[in-house]
Write a protein of this length. Sequence first.
Length: 131
Amino acid sequence: MADAAVSVMVVIGLVAGRQFGWVWMDPVMGLIATFVILSWSWSLARAAGAVLLDVSPDPILSRKIAARLEQSGDRVSDLHLWRIGPGHLAAVISLVSDHPNTPSFYKKRLAGLRGLSHVTIEVEPCPGVHH
């Protein structure tokens, strides 16, 4: 979209300069195009940086997941959310529990959370607890 906008601005600047003798129009459009490109590249760099730095796409959802799973001595030891498509997130969760259950038990606790499309759960017993 930014590329198309810049192309249109360049054409407008060139046509206005030629038709009306506004030689200043081309450099003005060039400056405006520069700001459009800078704005677009800044948002692209921020989005790419968030992915590279493993920033959670939805901190509120992370808290909701932890609240639903951390019951009866179960603790979330690691939680990662990734955007896998528009409106869809994947979660990889590690749990530590005094009385571990199956991953499907914990997945049922997460049922109904909006946007959570794919869940992987790993469950480990608490160190020192023998079953």
